[in-house]
Design a protein around this ligand. Structure first.
Ligand code: SAH
Length: 269
C-alpha cells in the first residue's frame, strides 16, 4: 500500500543553518523530496541527506522563478504519489512566504499539510545587527510590512500608522522602493532623523549593514551598492545597535570603532 503523503511547509530561518529548528532538521532527514526557494542558504541545503530529491523553484541567475500555480501543482503531484514533501522556505513560511496560499491549495484538494515556523528575517536580522525590535521606553510594538509593489501600482500602505514613532517598522522586500518608502514616511510626519538601518544577507558571513536615518538611508544604501536580500529597520531602537553590536561576520575584524555601525565596511566600500 502506498504511504499517505504529506507536505510540510517548513521555515528554514534567515540563512545561518544553526537557526534552523530541530523539527525542520528532523523533517529534512525524513523527507522523500525537498522543494526549496532561492533564499535557502547553502549551509541549510548541505543538511539535506544525499538520498533525498531536491527541486529548486527559485530564481537562478538569468532565469525566472517557477510561477506560484506551477509550484502548487508540483506539490499536489508529489503528495498524490504518497511522497513526504518538505516545502522549504526562507524565514517563516507564513510571513511574506506564500505558505498560506500553498496550504489552502492543498487543503482544497483534500491533502494534509503541517506548518513548521521558522525564524523570520525581522527577528533574525535585527538580533544579528544588535537592534532590539522592542525596548522599554523606546518601542512598544513592531510592524512588519512589504515594500514590494509593482511599478504601475501605488504603494497603498497606511503611512500615518507606519510613521508612529512608538513602534519599530520592519520592511521586507523594500530595496527597490526605499526612496519612496522613506519620503512617504517623512510626508506622514516621521522625523527625518529617525534612525534607520539596512541589513543585507543578515546572519550569514556576507552580512552587511548600512545605518543612517530616514532622510539619509536611501542614498547611503545606493552608495554602498547593497543587493537583495535586504531588510530595512526604522525606529528609535536602531540607535542601540552601537551599544549592542555583537555579531562579526566571517572575515570582518572587530576594530576599535566596530561599535559604530555607521562605519561598517559596507559604508566605506
Ligand atoms: N518568509 C521570509 C520572507 C520572504 S520575503 C521570512 O520570514 O523571513 C523575502 C524578503 O525577506 C527579502 O526581500 C528580505 O527583505 C527579507 N530577508 C529574508 N532573509 C533575509 C536575510 N538573510 N537578510 C536580509 N533580508 C532578508
Amino acid at each position: 500500500m502506498q504511504q499517505q503523503g504529506c507536505v510540510y511547509l517548513v521555515g528554514a530561518g534567515p540563512g545561518d543553518p544553526d537557526l534552523l529548528t530541530l523539527k525542520a532538521l528532523r523533517l529534512l532527514q525524513e523527507a522523500d523530496v525537498v522543494v526549496y526557494d532561492r533564499l535557502i542558504s547553502q549551509g541549510v541545503l548541505d543538511l539535506i541527506p544525499g538520498g533525498v530529491s531536491r527541486i529548486s523553484v527559485g530564481k537562478a541567475v538569468g532565469h525566472h522563478s517557477m510561477p506560484q500555480d506551477d509550484i502548487n501543482e508540483l506539490l499536489l503531484n508529489l503528495v498524490r504519489r504518497g511522497r513526504r514533501v518538505v516545502r522549504l522556505k526562507g524565514g517563516d513560511p507564513f510571513i511574506f512566504g506564500r505558505g498560506s496560499e500553498e496550504a489552502m491549495f492543498l487543503r482544497r484538494h483534500g491533502f494534509d499539510f503541517e506548518v513548521v515556523p521558522g525564524i523570520t528575517a525581522a527577528a533574525a536580522c535585527s538580533a544579528y545587527a544588535g537592534v532590539p525590535l522592542t525596548h522599554r521606553g523606546m518601542s512598544r510594538g513592531v510592524r512588519l510590512v512589504t515594500g514590494h509593489f509593482r511599478d504601475d501600482e501605488p504603494i497603498d500602505l497606511d503611512w500615518r500608522a507606519l510613521a508612529d514613532p512608538e513602534a519599530t517598522l520592519v520592511v521586507y522586500m523594500g530595496l527597490a522602493n526605499l526612496p519612496r518608502i522613506c519620503s512617504e514616511l517623512a510626508a506622514a510626519g516621521m522625523a527625518s532623523n529617525m534612525p534607520a538601518l539596512a541589513v543585507q544577507s543578515g546572519t550569514t558571513p556576507d552580512q552587511q549593514r548600512v545605518s543612517g536615518d530616514l532622510g539619509s538611508l536611501p542614498e547611503k544604501v545606493k552608495a554602498a551598492g547593497l543587493a537583495a536580500p535586504i531588510l530595512i529597520i526604522i525606529g528609535r531602537t536602531v540607535s542601540l545597535a552601537e551599544e549592542l553590536d555583537w555579531y562579526v561576520p566571517d572575515g570582518e575584524e572587530l576594530d576599535e570603532g566596530a561599535a559604530d555601525v555607521a562605519h561598517d565596511r559596507s559604508v566605506h566600500a
